[in-house]
Ligand binder design. Sequence first.
Ligand code: PMP
Length: 398
Amino acid sequence: MSMFSTVQPAPSDPILGLTERFIADPRPDKVNLGVGVYQDENGSLPLLRCVDAAEQTLAGQHRPKGYLPIDGLPDYTREVKELVFGPGSPAVMDDRVVTAQALGGTGALRIGADFLHQLSPEATVLVSTPSWENHRALFTRAGFTVRGYRYYDPEAHGIDVDGMLADLAAAPAGTIVVLHACCHNPTGYDLTADQWDRVIDVVVAGGLVPFIDMAYQGFSQGLEEDAAVIRAFAARTDSFLCSSSFSKSFGLYGERVGALSIVCADADEAARVRSQVKVVIRTNYSSPSTHGALLVSTVLGDPQLRLAWTQELAGMRDRIKQMRGALVQGLAGAGVPDDMSFITDQVGMFSYSGLDARQMARLREEFGVYGTDAGRICVAALNPSNVDRVARSIAAVV
Ligand code: PMP
């Protein structure tokens, strides 16, 4: 008998499973609104011009392929610190922020989870209800008990802020709270600055450990605005974690470029934390890969390319906003009587459409429009050629 004969098949990833069904669908006018990938107005995944230019520059250089340091390319982690914490950040200036290059935002979350678990194995992790599916899976796999805090209020098409605050206030000190910095996935609803202040009050007063996940910096209002919550936490507490990613903002999905940053009380503590984070990395994959980090640091380190990047990022952000508006208009035009303007209140790549699993199944089966069973659609995959068809399909199932 094979030693693997008792291995049970794992359930397929819900989003990737959806993509497989989409690919197998023969209808030419099918639309994939499942996976969170930005597409341009032609429905293609763009290669950012600034990335293309950096790639040309690097291709012309003679670069032996040595190992990177365990915590990554120093130019890259320096640029990450500035983007995430802002130029002149007191915490960064005091040398008490540890930033390690990571394999995307997911890798950053996992390094952070492993580091925290070693420190505090009995802690509970709280994630928003709902949250990106992998939050729960990843922290569970790292050994934590994971529970939810209230977040989405379907009746109000918004956030249950009082519920969220109550759940955080009830959590014991040391509880790890995963927060979305901006562009909440899957709902598209972000807290206002005032609501964030109240959340920070509760988190700080309760001695909770914030782990802020920033996978979409620049996709809501702008690079600085979207990181405001990081700066607000940095002003109020001297211990929290932040995972960040360039998958979306640079269109570098497959290059796996992200970072974990840990804010500490002082430089000495930061040095000790860094040494432990390096052990986590060393025993997982030894050191990160070079190419993506070089691309990002080349773009950010060159004033012209950096400007080009911020413009291309603004272009992606604006296109998504236009598509939200076009979808709301299209739904009204297709005869949906309900006020669907909440879609333009939401930000980022996703919209919680309010459709239930049965309606989402009809969208797929009858119209070839693919979103998740929870009703999440990726608005970044809408374009002028498909938005009306999507609107008419939704109108037919509501
Ligand atoms: N966090 C959230 C909330 C996300 O939506 C994603 C990507 N879908 C990630 C983290 C991970 O991103 P990456 O591809 O950089 O690992």
